[in-house]
Design a protein around this ligand. Sequence first.
Ligand code: PHE
Length: 341
Amino acid sequence: MQLKEKIETLLEEARKIRIASLEESENYRIRLLGKKGELNRLFEEFKQVEPSLKKDLGQSLNQLKNAVQEAIQKAREEFQGQNLSEEDPALDLTRPVETGTGYRHPLSLVKEEIFRIFAGIGFDISDGPEIEDDWHLFTALNFSPEHPARDMQDTFFIEKNGGITDVALRTHTSSVQIRAMETQPLPIRTLCPGRVYRNEVVSARAHCFFHQVEGLYVDKGVSYADLREVLLYFAKEMFGPKTRIRLRPSYFPFTEPSAEMDIACSLCGGKGCSLCKGTGWVEILGCGMVDPNVLENCRIDPALYSGFAFGMGVERIANLLYRVNDLRLFSENDKRFLSQF
Ligand code: PHE
């Protein structure tokens, strides 16, 4: 066959070809445009033709090349995305996607704000295990043997070989305070954040797990006045400079004296509303002076050292700041909820 005829046959094919997949288009490309493909062979042959024919044949060859490229391009546009592989030149990994960015979880936002506030007065952060032993959860914290927290009704104990052990999912991060006192040099000024678990029926107002940030300060001469000033500073930073606090006497096995701290209701300013149940105050944390027994349990001499501790629920603070009326929203990962923060 003459060169001219060969070109025309392939040109005819290129104009009529029906490519049905990316794979077919790739095969076609290799057959026509590949190193050992038809076009290169034709160009080799073209070198031998008489100069007088070169102009005409050269134009036909270029026409053929364009038609082949067009057919391949058309197929790519049609089938792109159906069978992408990383080697595929049609795949553009630099193209921006339109999925939008994620959101910070409200509990992370609140937790980080608490860290920021306490970092400003020298508190660092301590970490501890979520599965904890009786010593760190209860005994070292001065809980009596018959305290209800040791009851399976309140605490998730770990079973082993069909029997209950004295190891449990931690019910508070006070266990981390014990670990801090056992291992860190004095003075200690630390926050203990983390997830805690309690055996509660899940509802809008209670959950079987929630998040705490507890704090501990142990040094020579730490007083109740220090506790009050630190918590007042925290409340003003967190809820605004006009925030008022009150400390109500309370009881915890590990602090003496113990108190619960309320802030003047941020919704009604203390007049009484549904948020504060008409009282004008909302409770935000428990606190107190570390019981001397607890210091002794951690080999700290209560004659030389004293300390205060406090503990708050991150969900509770987030509720006050953002008015979330159902605790379950915090752990459901519903984008409609999360996108609001
Ligand atoms: N551990 C207490 C709780 O979980 C909170 C608390 C911490 C109270 C430190 C006083 C001092 O409820």
